[in-house]
Ligand binder design. Structure first.
Ligand code: PLP
Length: 429
């Protein structure tokens, strides 16, 4: 069931015509569907209804507070990677004891903030970090609950830039050092060992790498317990892929993933923690954009749209495919081949090359599908393009959940040093 689909010849988000959002909010704009977030979360949660588990939504995939609040109401926890994400999760109503803190470079200030609110667990990625966490815990008079993120050295992920579980990646404790890391942690007064964590990559489209990682970690858990450690949680991270509408391998549904996880962890007696991001948010959003110009080149035609790589970085960063459709249901007899590009002064500002699609004209609205994860969250203001706004649809209602800043808003954060303001040729901003 698609919540971005044609009704009476034009595309709707649930029961709201996208043309209405374009007219009222302007383009480019991200449009999210509450019904899709809900369905994806529930499909995942229902597959683990019979398993002691915590679903800690990966905030970095889509960190808008309204999105987090939508998921919080469904019972989601959060996986955060910065104090900013921690604040968002708390503001959205996610209880601290359902928040896990990941990331290779946590600062002392971030550790302190997380200790003070009492998060569930720190996923620690190095001994250097462990020692600092122990010091910060001692300073604050708390004990830090810790799982080591271990690096199982398995290949996974839809692109080299989203593969994280190989030994050459910066993530996690090297497999050969895992047991000694636990031994060191056990001796530190500010640290309480609670579990093991792994996250092998993103946009994973088959179960084999999950199986390889779980089997390895299950073996490690048994060894750690034999060495006297208490391991009560097993966090297997996120990474389950989603269909992007191209010919790439279609990832397994959450039910198959769940069956695998349950089969391999049944005898471990641990609470499972999951950190899905893309699986929940990816197909819950589209980027709505307007065609500015059709430029007929010598050997190719360019569709120049008002969205650009600063709004949606995935094609430039990961060579990602996004399905593109017209908002007005097109005439499928009139096909053209376009390079779809944005206005930014970079050749990388290209959403797709040589894509066959129905003919479009200046002023037509289009959507780039599957833009709900790693879309708005990665947007920047490059070329002094104001941060793209976000809209959340709920049935026949919608709300702007991040407003488009004005150029003045952007310039307000900048200032001239005093040696330049003395120069009468410089205008005081
Ligand atoms: C990015 C990330 C996730 C989420 O990955 P998805 O592929 O979006 O599910 C989960 N855990 C960690 C540690 C991450 O860095």
């Amino acid at each position: 069931m698609r919540h971005f689909d044609y009704q009476n010849g034009e595309m709707f988000a649930e029961d709201v015509p996208l043309s209405r959002i374009a007219a009222e909010v302007g383009t480019p704009v991200y449009v999210y569907s509450t019904a899709t977030f809900t369905r994806h979360y529930n499909v995942f949660a229902d597959s683990f209804a019979d398993t002691k588990s915590l679903i800690a939504y990966s905030v970095k995939a889509n960190s808008n507070i309204a999105v987090l609040a939508t998921l919080a109401q469904l019972g989601a926890g959060a996986d955060v990677v910065s104090v900013g994400e921690l604040k968002r999760a708390l503001m959205a109503g996610i209880p601290a004891d359902r928040i896990v803190f990941s990331g290779v470079g946590k600062t002392r200030a971030e550790m302190r903030a997380a200790l003070e609110v009492g998060i569930r667990v720190f996923n620690v990625e190095s001994l250097a970090e462990l020692r600092v966490l122990n010091e910060v815990a001692a300073d604050t008079g708390k004990t830090a609950p810790v799982a080591f993120r271990v690096n199982p050295d398995v290949t996974a992920g839809g692109h080299a830039k989203i593969s994280t579980g190989k030994k050459e990646n910066k993530f996690g404790i090297a497999w050969s050092q895992a047991e000694s890391a636990y031994a060191e942690a056990a001796a530190l007064p500010g640290i309480e060992i609670v579990g093991v964590d792994v996250h092998i990559g993103s946009q994973i489209s088959d179960l084999a790498p999950f199986e390889a990682a779980i089997v390895k970690v299950a073996g490690l858990i048994k060894k750690l317990r034999a060495a006297g450690h208490t391991i009560s949680s097993f966090d297997i991270g996120g990474g389950l892929g989603i269909p992007y509408g191209n010919n790439a391998a279609v990832p397994p549904p959450p039910s198959e993933y769940a069956a695998l996880v349950k089969r391999l962890t049944a005898d471990l007696n641990v609470e499972m923690i999951f950190e899905p991001g893309r699986m929940i948010a990816g197909n819950s959003g589209v980027l709505l954009s307007e065609v500015l110009y059709v430029k007929r080149g010598e050997d190719r035609d360019f569709l120049i749209i008002d969205a650009a790589m600063n709004d949606l970085l995935r094609p430039a960063l990961y060579d990602a495919y996004h399905e593109i459709e017209a908002v007005q249901q097109p005439d499928l007899d009139k096909m053209e081949t376009y390079d779809v590009v944005g206005p930014i002064c970079e050749s990388g500002d290209t959403f797709t090359k040589g894509r066959e699609m129905p003919a479009l004209e200046s002023g037509d609205l289009i959507v780039l599908h599957s833009a709900g994860a790693y879309g708005a969250a990665q947007a920047s203001q490059y070329n002094t393009r104001p941060l793209v706004p976000e809209v959340l649809v709920n049935g026949s209602d919608y709300s702007v959940i991040r407003a488009r800043p004005t150029v003045e808003d952007i310039l307000k954060t900048e200032s001239l040093p005093n040696w330049l303001t003395k120069d009468e040729n410089v205008t005081d901003i």
